[in-house]
Design a protein around this ligand. Structure first.
Ligand code: SF4
Length: 331
């Protein structure tokens, strides 16, 4: 899945570079959301990427090069620090798109060391291929999955990617079919933030991935100026639901060097999530979570259905009841 990339670096290489595919460049002409997500914004992006930051404790939770281990039973493998395009709100911009691209892909011998680490630890039952974008290292991904298929205690594998939304014409279906057969259960999680990303080419790919047998998931992040309203997210989640893609996480956006303009307050997010819960099927409704900076764990954010103490709860139609006996509170 080699890329043909339209690439622009600002004068200083230490700022998070603009990088997008010809496909996204064309799409950005007709979508304000795509422009906001991918176009370098000199007004807001004035600071160099902070290469020292460890926002999500990933660098300090790396038992072996190219991995992150924060949760029981899981190992994250960062197969590539390259992406087909650079999202302006990327929380890994200390590693992605700041000049690490050339050496940013794990090599076979490094993958061998990771596989050996996994083989020796029978508590690891789930391996997640991430990055950057693991589909920008197709040989590495193919090799990792082939090796994992031999390890009995790894029951589930997962791929996290935005590549199909950024470079849909270059997705190699034969490789994807091979990856889908690695284990009985292979999850494919797409990161999608706006309905404009679900173009006909992308929908066709999602349908093909489903036929291959992937269990399809989607994670999203709140982005001011992109999806900070209920109707946009409702359209997105309903469309995904219809396509057989389960929205599973909706993240609170984090603040790193150039992402400040995208960050919403938790209160703004909670108001939207509460309204969405009132209107969406449970299967179309993702968990609103916050990856607490400097801590570990994706903590579920409570909706406004709960009052400040749990003695009262407000239902989908704004009716408040007592949780002890479920009786209505007089208005
Ligand atoms: S695809 Fe993911 S890792 Fe790559 S730039 Fe976008 S948010 Fe960052």
């Amino acid at each position: 899945m080699d890329d043909t990339i339209a690439l622009f670096r600002p004068e200083s290489d230490t700022r998070f570079s603009e990088k997008l595919t010809p496909y996204l460049a064309a799409l950005s002409q007709r979508s304000a959301a795509i422009r906001e997500m991918y176009r370098f914004n000199p007004e807001h992006e004035t600071l160099p990427a902070n290469l020292e930051v460890d926002l999500l404790n990933e660098k300090s939770s790396s038992p072996i090069f190219g991995t992150v281990r924060k949760y029981e039973g899981q190992l994250l493998v960062l197969l590539s620090y390259t992406c087909a395009a650079n999202c302006r709100y990327c929380e890994r911009q200390d590693r992605v798109g700041v000049g690490l691209d050339v050496e940013g892909r794990l090599r076979t011998e490094q993958i061998d060391q990771i596989v050996e680490y996994i083989r020796q630890d029978p508590t690891i039952y789930e391996v997640i291929a991430s990055g950057g974008d693991p589909l920008t290292n197709p040989k590495g991904l193919q090799y990792l999955f082939a090796r994992l298929s031999e390890i009995e205690h790894v029951k589930v594998v997962r791929i996290h990617t935005r590549y199909p939304l950024q470079n849909p014409e270059r997705v190699r279906l034969e490789l994807m079919e091979e990856l889908a057969r690695c284990k009985p259960t292979v999850y494919l999680s797409l990161h999608i933030d706006h309905p404009d990303e679900l173009q006909p080419e992308v929908i066709a790919l999602i349908q093909a991935f489903r036929r291959m047998g992937f269990v399809m998931l989607c994670q999203s992040v709140f982005l001011k100026g992109v999806n900070d309203d209920k109707e946009t997210l409702k359209r997105l989640f309903l469309q995904l639901f219809e396509l057989g893609v389960r929205p599973y996480y909706l993240y609170h956006g984090q603040e790193v060097t150039s992402t400040r303009r995208f960050v919403m307050t938790l209160e703004e997010e909670i108001a939207i999530v509460t309204a969405l819960r009132n209107e969406l099927s449970g299967l179309a409704f993702p968990q609103h979570v916050i990856d607490i900076p400097g801590a570990s764990g994706k903590v579920v954010v409570p909706s406004d259905h709960w009052q400040s103490d749990t003695a009262l709860v407000t239902d989908f139609n704004s009716k408040t009841v007592r949780t002890r006996d479920w009786s209505a509170v007089p208005a």
